[in-house]
Design a binder for this molecule. Structure first.
Ligand SMILES: Cc1cc2nc3c(=O)[nH]c(=O)nc-3n(C[C@H](O)[C@H](O)[C@H](O)COP(=O)(O)O)c2cc1C
Length: 212
């Protein structure tokens, strides 16, 4: 099987969120998509170990926002590499809540879809969650972030928790020593990599870096 064939699949980039036990949860996904129009339904493949998944299953609801090209690694690093139990991911970003109280991002977002969970399919590492859309709105007319744009222009990585994980991103060769975060793809230039270095994107320590 040529794994590079999977690189030809196209995706967008989204943050899905849920509210459970008085707390807000959210994570980046590239697997949100519309599956039917009448009624309007979306599906998303979410990791069973993600705490956002737990909140979605507990509350029976989730909200998805489509990110725009202006979404930076500060936002994507927070929602795509950190744990909602450990960090209040929404604290540093403008948000609103839908009619059921599910918080969602309003900056660097193009559209919002609030959903009620209709079904789930166990895929092993992930659950495929099917949601019926109860509210939908345009948030801006800015160009949406595609997965390709995220890798090519933003130069972000994808953690192993994403269903479409395909290892670290290719990087340009450079004259000096470079170290790559195995979690998010962040590149540190210099030698040696300080033992107490912490990745500014995903918060992992020096033991998660490899020399490239
Ligand atoms: C570009 C990108 C795409 C991702 N796609 C998915 C996805 O489709 N499904 C998923 O479960 N996690 C995906 N993730 C990983 C989650 O966002 C990540 O594991 C997050 O830290 C989970 O947060 P939580 O534990 O607070 O729920 C993706 C992350 C990035 C950066």
């Amino acid at each position: 099987m040529d794994m590079k064939a999977f690189f030809k699949l196209s995706y967008g980039l989204y943050v899905i969120s849920a509210h459970s036990g008085g707390k807000d949860y959210g994570c980046v996904v590239n697997t949100l998509q519309q599956v039917t129009a009448q009624p309007a339904m979306l599906s998303v493949a979410i990791n069973k170990n993600s705490v956002t998944t737990k909140a979605i299953l507990e509350s029976g609801r989730f909200c998805g926002v489509a990110l725009t090209e202006a979404a930076d690694m500060d936002l994507i690093g927070t929602f795509g590499f950190k744990n909602s139990e450990a960090v209040d991911k929404f604290a540093a970003f403008p948000t609103a809540a839908d009619q059921k109280g599910v918080r969602y991002l309003t900056a660097h977002t193009a559209a919002r879809y609030s959903c009620e969970v209709k079904d789930t399919l166990d895929l092993g590492s992930h659950l495929l969650v099917i949601g019926s859309v109860t509210e939908a709105e345009i948030l801006s007319e800015e160009p949406v972030m595609t997965y390709d744009y995220y890798h090519r222009v933003v130069k972000g990585g994808t953690p192993p928790t994403a269903p479409s994980y395909k290892g670290n991103q290719e990087v340009e060769p450079a004259g000096k020593a470079r170290w790559r975060c195995k979690i998010c793809g962040y590149i540190y230039e210099g030698n040696p990599l300080p033992a107490d270095f912490v990745c500014p994107i995903c918060g992992q320590g020096a033991d998660h870096f490899e020399k490239i």
